[in-house]
Design a protein around this ligand. Structure first.
Ligand code: RIB
Length: 309
């Protein structure tokens, strides 16, 4: 049976609390933030929303608690057009993300997994018929690594293109990475997996040359305001970041990944998809909160026309 141009995301849903503040508190200090905004977040949910914003049919699988924030997250996702029937309701609290955002737009995040930490292999089994129908499977590491390993194998067996956003960085068995088509990491995660610091394009190129030997076809290292490096077995390109004033960068990487998957589904090659993804991320960082700031296709087309990219 022919596959559909649809995406399955297996990953986290978090209730994000975004504190905008001048600086981080010192040890023992109680610090007052300038503002607090709550948003629907979690890397899995964010990546699914960016796909949906670009008109791609997308199914999110994962778990929330039977609590008010869990119900609210599901409502938000359904509002964006994400299919949520594979999100389980567990007797565990919904995942929480605490995001500290400083004036320059930089963010630090602390998460509590809650229900995300209970997403099990059974969730992968339930997804199998959907995977057979779908072209792309996207995973991250905010659910148990065992479950991700099982999902990578199921993705391979179902002939999906498997994108792993290996964030937050966790040790992964070589056979798990060997089943991944495209590995996406930021500079912090790239440093963890490579074992040496990655801070710029030069070090990212060295890291990517090694990491590409561990996966099937593509490594992408995102470098925040510098841009991203796309590395395939026989070619690599530096994709510069689009110059914008960042307001709050939560979910920029998720926006990039969702848009990258959407562009691949529309037949773009890895490098063109990464340029489209960079534009999506540049728009996302100009608003507060990940999902509320994610662009539609028209937003990206308008942005690219205005910036002449
Ligand atoms: O990538 C951004 C996301 O990471 C936030 O939404 C937060 O919930 C954490 O999962």
């Amino acid at each position: 049976m022919a596959k559909k141009d649809q995406v399955v995301v297996l990953g986290s849903l978090n209730y994000d609390m975004i504190f905008r503040q001048q600086r981080m508190p010192e040890i023992g200090e109680t610090y007052t933030a300038d503002s607090l905004q709550t948003a629907s977040g979690g890397k899995g949910a964010n990546q699914a929303v960016q796909c949906a914003r670009l008109g791609i049919p997308v199914y999110l699988a994962g778990a929330v608690g039977r609590d008010a924030s869990g119900s609210w997250l599901l409502e938000q996702l359904q509002g964006y057009g994400v299919h949520t029937e594979y999100v389980g309701l567990l007797e565990e609290c919904t995942g929480v993300g605490m995001v500290n955002c400083l004036q320059d737009g930089s963010v630090r995040a602390t998460i509590y997994g809650g229900a995300n930490a209970r997403v099990s292999r059974e969730a992968v089994e339930a997804l199998r018929p959907l995977l057979v129908d779908s072209r792309i499977l996207i995973l991250q590491l905010e659910i148990p690594v065992d479950t991700v390993a099982c999902a990578v194998a199921a993705g391979r067996e179902s002939d999906c293109y498997v994108i792993l956003n290996a964030a937050p960085a966790r040790s992964l068995a070589a056979e798990v990475l060997a089943g991944v088509d495209c590995l996406v990491v930021n500079e912090t995660e790239a440093s963890f997996y490579w074992g040496q610091p990655v801070a710029d394009f030069a070090s990212a190129e060295l890291a990517a040359r090694e990491l590409i030997t561990r996966v099937r076809d593509t490594v992408i290292i995102t470098l925040g305001g510098q841009g991203s490096l796309v590395c395939r077995h026989n070619s690599r390109q530096r994709i510069p970041a689009c110059r914008v004033k960042a307001v709050e960068t939560t979910g920029a990487g998720d926006s990039y990944i969702g848009a990258y998957a959407a562009a691949l589904l529309q037949g773009q090659d890895a490098f063109a998809a990464a340029r489209f993804a960079a534009a999506a991320a540049a728009i996302t960082v100009q608003g507060v909160g990940a999902q509320p700031s994610m662009p539609s296709r028209e937003d990206i087309d308008g942005f690219l026309a205005r910036t002449g990219k």
